[in-house]
Design a protein around this ligand. Structure first.
Ligand SMILES: NC(=O)c1ccc[n+]([C@@H]2O[C@H](COP(=O)([O-])OP(=O)(O)OC[C@H]3O[C@@H](n4cnc5c(N)ncnc54)[C@H](O)[C@@H]3O)[C@@H](O)[C@H]2O)c1
Length: 342
């Protein structure tokens, strides 16, 4: 990426955004003034959604029809933030048009489809990155660096909590739309477990929990779920997901090693701490006033750098499919009562 002496990016990646709902508008807001990315076009069939996003990126061309945007806009890359069932179609159309893709999670509800798109991107020499933003947020980056440096020894347990404040509308929770709680929310946590440990998940078992919001049950989804799993080394993971935290969208991660632990918090502010025999201290560089916003911005910057040829490690379609397979295995285990292989 070209930079001037004062480190200013001279050629920001020209990105078109497809889908300006809850997450698309979050990206649109978070990416304002990000040097590495220029939002050149945005598409959504809803005029209100386009209007709000246009205020943030007045230079962007607006489209009601995303296919027209892919055809006509002068973009180098596409950010896909439509409902998940639309992802594969837009990802494939973008790759076919020679465009790099940053796709919201998961790339596809069907992990085989995600793998197919991953292979398509590889063979076309294009970047297909999935929106696992926690991998780019400073509290989790600092935590992973500490674990990878052996500062808490060999991991034996990873606990991952994701408690959303309130459920999205039931029509979004419908497993045919979102994949259901295990996929929709769980993919972040299954991915984090593998990324933090550097290991693969081998098996998971889900535990049903009470349904709090009956309308979520009516569409066939859950609003609370506990999953216990094992990594290749025998280390265990515990994932708890909820859509009724009420106080805020909260994510917490704890990695217990054989000589200490790392603790990641997101509320009220992002931070990571390390606990060893010397006590508990903040990990330098881990603080973030708003960890999600920081993660979403850093994720887009990493995407742009990767497209420009930098050797940046980014989560791909295969990471997405592994996380979806773990979520589907957890759901199978609710019926079988057994540990299901991932
Ligand atoms: N990474 C995260 O933390 C996170 C958080 C929330 C949602 N998501 C993901 O973001 C995606 C979108 O979720 P959401 O909650 O924003 O959904 P949403 O329903 O709020 O928004 C989807 C938007 O896509 C638009 N859309 C639908 N069909 C379209 C088409 N053919 N062309 C262009 N736009 C179209 C809709 O009009 C709507 O504005 C999902 O894949 C979800 O899993 C990720």
């Amino acid at each position: 990426m070209g930079r001037l002496g004062n480190d200013r990016v001279t050629d920001p990646l020209r990105v078109g955004v497809v889908g300006l709902g809850r997450m698309g508008s979050y990206h649109a807001e978070a990416l304002v003034d990000l040097d590495e990315v220029a939002i050149a076009a945005m598409a959504d069939p809803r005029p209100g959604a386009r209007g709000r996003a246009a205020q943030l990126h007045p230079q962007a061309t607006l489209y009601a029809d995303a296919a027209e945007m892919l055809d006509r806009a002068r973009c180098e890359a596409v950010l896909v933030a439509t409902p998940t069932p639309h992802h594969p179609g837009f990802v494939e159309a973008s790759l076919d048009a020679g465009l790099h893709v940053l796709c919201e999670k998961p790339v596809a509800l069907d992990p085989d489809e995600s793998d197919r798109l991953g292979r398509l991107a590889t063979s076309a020499g294009l970047v297909l990155q999935v929106g696992f933003w926690r991998r780019f947020a400073s509290p989790w980056v600092a935590a992973r660096d500490a674990v990878a440096a052996g500062r808490v020894g060999r991991p034996v347990l990873i606990r991952l909590s994701q408690w959303d404040a309130d459920p999205p509308p039931p029509e979004f929770c419908d497993p045919a739309v979102s994949g259901g709680l295990a996929v929709d929310c769980g993919v972040h946590e299954f991915d984090l477990a593998e990324w933090l440990s550097g290991e693969r998940l081998v098996g998971v078992r889900g535990e049903p929990m009470p349904i709090v919001e009956p309308r979520i049950g009516d569409v066939g989804d859950l609003d609370n779920l506990l999953v216990v799993g094992a990594l290749h080394s025998g280390a265990k993971i515990v994932v708890d997901l909820s859509r009724n935290g009420r106080y805020g969208d909260d994510v917490r991660t704890e990695i217990l090693g054989d000589s200490g632990a790392v603790f990641v918090d997101m509320l009220p502010h992002g931070r990571a701490r390390i606990g060893t025999g010397d006590g508990v201290v903040d990990l330098p560089g881990s603080a973030a006033a708003d960890a999600m916003r920081a993660g979403v911005r850093a994720q887009a910057a990493a995407f742009a750098a990767r497209v420009r040829g930098a050797a940046v490690d980014v989560p791909d379609a295969f990471a997405s499919s592994r996380a979806v397979r773990a979520a589907l295995a957890a759901m199978r285990s609710l019926d079988s009562g057994a540990v299901e292989p991932v």
